[in-house]
Design a protein around this ligand. Structure first.
Ligand SMILES: Cc1ncc(COP(=O)(O)O)c(C=O)c1O
Length: 431
């Protein structure tokens, strides 16, 4: 089935009612990274009621085939029965003790076997906990303060994307470079000789690393006495079981993981060389919830299921089908758009040279695809999960074709995105 006309708007009455109340009692109404105004206001649901597999239902009863998947946390699908059963066993037996649960060791054993750099691990709850611990270790191990970082590494002071509230002296110690440009990495080291503790970076975001780039950054870090740390929060358990470090064959000193590791449960891991992980004993890292076992049991079940069901090749296959299908359809309909990124975390960019036309195309495409039941993020790469089927892929492409038709129709009549609703384009700095 294909659509020749524009789709009617969905009703988000209940979502909007809840959100306007939230604005009175929750700062910003919701977590910043999940704020609905980062998408297209009025066109995306705000409150979820439930999810199953690759599908999500909002509080207004709208059903969506989801390619955002809680920003990559959901790798098996919503409410995976095996992961949830593992979590339920912990709930039944108690999961928060003044003691450590044996499942910690089970998870550590799995990670040490699975992740190339992992001689030892340590567990936290969030990604930001873990990237901060990695940076702390690098400062202890090198006796230096400066950090070179790239991509989104969390919200803590050293890597916060916005300046207000962050002391100048902290910002001054954090440097960056241009992705895929080794000269710019070399430059930072030249200008800050013997001062840099580590390079911490996402192995990739939307653009893929050029051959030799990651290895080159690692070599430059080591030649200059700094640690090389990969932030694998997104790439981990998506590109390969051992993360981007396995896929691109570059082993870092330390690496950080969470998201897909536990299919939605809050646990993160710092993995790396034993002598570096042991530096943690020189500092203090702790949280009330660090030893809670529900999330660790969920991570064990997730990793085993990913391994035993060979999910990762499925993510590549579906993602590749999505990329090829979108590129073909964009060409067929004369739409200036192309897909980029690795197949398990694909994205599509519109390439119109006129920014107004590009904004209009994005606005219409995402409005139309959402109205027809897809959840695709306009400014953050998408994610594939184990529950996406070939049928889901075909349906997604059919809806995207309708989206392209709508773009053509709206551009032909001179449509422009409403100024306040223009869709932000983000690249390397997270969402
Ligand atoms: C690559 C990367 N690093 C770090 C983080 C921060 O993790 P958290 O939001 O759990 O603190 C994120 C979160 O999106 C991330 O994508």
């Amino acid at each position: 089935m294909s659509y020749s006309t524009l789709a009617p708007p969905l009703s988000f009455k209940e979502s909007e009612k809840l959100f306007s109340r939230a604005l009175e009692i929750v700062s910003g109404g919701t977590t910043q990274g999940k704020a609905p105004n980062t998408l297209i206001p009025g066109e995306y649901p705000i409150y979820a009621a439930r999810g199953k597999g690759a599908y999500l239902w909002d509080v207004d009863g709208n059903k969506f085939l989801d390619w955002i998947l809680a920003y990559g946390i959901i790798v098996l699908g919503y409410c995976d029965p095996d992961v949830d059963a593992a979590a339920m066993r912990e709930i039944r037996d108690g999961f928060s003790f003044p003691l450590t649960s044996p499942v910690q060791n089970e998870l550590a054993e799995l990670l040490v076997k699975t992740i190339p750099c992992a001689q030892m691990v340590h567990f936290f709850k969030t990604g930001s906990d873990t990237t901060t611990a990695a940076v702390r270790i690098s400062r202890i191990a090198t006796g230096r303060n400066k950090v070179v970082r790239w991509g989104y590494n969390g919200w803590h002071d050293w890597c916060c994307l916005r300046e207000p509230g962050i002391p100048r002296y902290i910002r001054d110690d954090v440097l960056t470079f241009r992705y895929n440009d080794l000269n710019s990495v070399e430059d930072v080291f030249k200008k800050n000789q013997d001062q840099i503790a580590c390079v911490i970076m996402m192995p990739l975001e939307i653009e893929e690393p050029k051959p030799g780039f990651l290895e080159g950054v690692k070599n430059l870090a080591h030649q200059n006495g700094a640690l090389f740390i990969l932030d694998e929060m997104r790439s981990g358990f998506h590109l390969a079981m051992g993360g981007a470090q396995e896929y691109y064959n570059v082993t870092p000193d330390l690496a950080t993981f969470s998201k897909a590791m536990s299919n939605g449960y809050a646990v993160s891991a710092l993995a790396g060389k034993k002598d570096l992980l042991e530096q943690l004993s020189k500092t203090y890292v702790s949280s009330t919830f660090f030893t809670n076992s529900i999330e660790m049991a969920a991570a064990v079940a997730t990793i085993k299921k990913l391994r035993d069901t060979k999910t990762i090749p499925h993510l590549w296959k579906i993602g590749q089908g999505l990329k090829e299908g979108l590129d073909r359809l964009a060409g067929d309909h004369g739409i200036e758009a192309r897909t980029i990124g690795v197949a398990p975390m694909p994205f599509m960019v519109f390439t119109y040279s006129d920014p107004e036309v590009m904004d209009a195309a994005k606005y219409v495409f995402y409005r139309e695809t959402t109205r027809r039941g897809l959840l695709l993020h306009p400014s953050h790469h998408w994610f594939v999960c184990a529950s996406h089927t070939e049928k889901d892929l075909a349906r997604t492409l059919e809806i995207c074709e309708s989206g392209f038709r709508a773009v053509k129709e709206e551009l032909a009549r001179g449509f422009r995105a409403p100024t306040v609703q223009k869709v932000a384009v983000t690249a390397s700095a997270g969402r």
